[in-house]
Design a protein around this ligand. Structure first.
Ligand SMILES: NC(=O)c1ccc[n+]([C@@H]2O[C@H](COP(=O)([O-])OP(=O)(O)OC[C@H]3O[C@@H](n4cnc5c(N)ncnc54)[C@H](OP(=O)(O)O)[C@@H]3O)[C@@H](O)[C@H]2O)c1
Length: 284
């Protein structure tokens, strides 16, 4: 299969390139410099030239706090860019996968969110991502939207890498204990996306199984790395976040498992990530 991947230098983009390359597909990775998804003419010309069977849009403006200040940029990249891709995908009969987020939900409840649950984003990031989903689905009825959460992977600015860096310099780290979600390893998400190509289109929630608080996530990282750093639980209020975060953004993977796709528990994914990407050796 001929697959064009946007946002190919991002943490998910990199992993998708690796997975589809290893799968023997013809992969065309495009980073932001090579394909800015807000440049409609560039998309048009490139898709006519490359003629992919599938586009996976892993490009996004993911800096949640900055989205509040740079609203125009957030909507342009998270909503208008996906709209341009969908227009050309529809025109050229190309299958489109678009990646989205748990932030489309409010996070003000305590049961896992299903695909059909009402969205109620609380931030510009969440609102711009939700608009992106709607525009894609309005144009490409057979597009697949993959919502994921708490993503970490190689080279990303993510929670795992932040805790590793902080634990090198600090004796203790204060971490929020009243927000719950599903940590998701880019490798596991990428493999699930590969399997989803064979499944019916629509919205899918794809995360590692199980859930935890950021505090529990940090404890597990430190435990696996056998670091002496002390993790201190604090509330969101004590932490004083600029932009609100969902208190509960656990996504239900039932539709995924009904389609015979299951992701391992987040602790197993984390263990492999630390071993594979951070040169941590089991038993050290
Ligand atoms: N990270 C998470 O915790 C998380 C959670 C849930 C869902 N998601 C979703 O998962 C997807 C992948 O996220 P990620 O964590 O891999 O993000 P990421 O590491 O920030 O990667 C996004 C990539 O998109 C690029 N990009 C930005 N603007 C672009 C444009 N106009 N045209 C083309 N590329 C552009 C970025 O380049 P620059 O870095 O140079 O700007 C970056 O390489 C996104 O849809 C995100 O919303 C992420």
């Amino acid at each position: 299969m001929n697959i064009l991947i946007t946002g190919a230098d991002g943490q998910l983009g990199k992993e998708l390139v690796r997975i589809f390359h290893e799968n023997g597909d013809s992969v065309q990775p495009y980073n932001k410099q090579q394909l800015d998804i807000t440049d409609f003419n560039r998309i048009k010309v490139l898709l006519s030239k490359e003629k992919p069977d599938l586009i996976i849009n892993a490009a996004a403006y993911t800096k949640v706090d900055l989205c509040e200040e740079r609203l125009g940029e957030a909507y342009l990249i998270n909503a208008i860019g996906p709209y341009y891709l969908a227009r050309e995908a529809k025109e050229k009969d190309i299958k489109l996968f678009h990646i989205s987020t748990d932030y489309v939900f409010s996070g003000n409840r305590l049961i896992p969110y299903k695909e059909e649950d009402i969205t109620e984003p609380q931030t510009i990031y969440g609102k711009s991502k939700r608009l992106g989903e709607e525009l894609v689905l309005n144009i490409c009825k057979d597009a697949t939207i993959v919502r994921t959460s708490w993503l970490y992977g190689y080279g990303g600015e993510n929670f795992v890498n932040t805790i590793i860096k902080m634990s090198d310099n600090l004796e203790q780290i204060r971490v929020v204990d009243d927000q719950h979600g599903c940590p998701t390893y880019t490798k596991d998400l990428g493999i699930a996306i590969k399997h989803l190509i064979e499944k019916p289109p629509g919205i899918y929630h794809v995360t590692n199984s199980g859930n935890c608080s950021w505090y529990e996530f940090a404890i597990e990282i430190i435990k696996i790395l056998k670091k002496p750093t002390k993790i201190i639980p604090i509330s969101t209020k004590e932490y004083g976040m600029k932009t609100p975060r969902p208190f509960y953004s656990v996504l239900s993977n039932k539709k995924l498992s009904d389609n015979q796709i299951a992701l391992r528990n987040w602790k197993e994914g984390l263990f492999e990530y630390l071993k594979r990407e951070c040169a941590f050796k089991d038993g050290n």
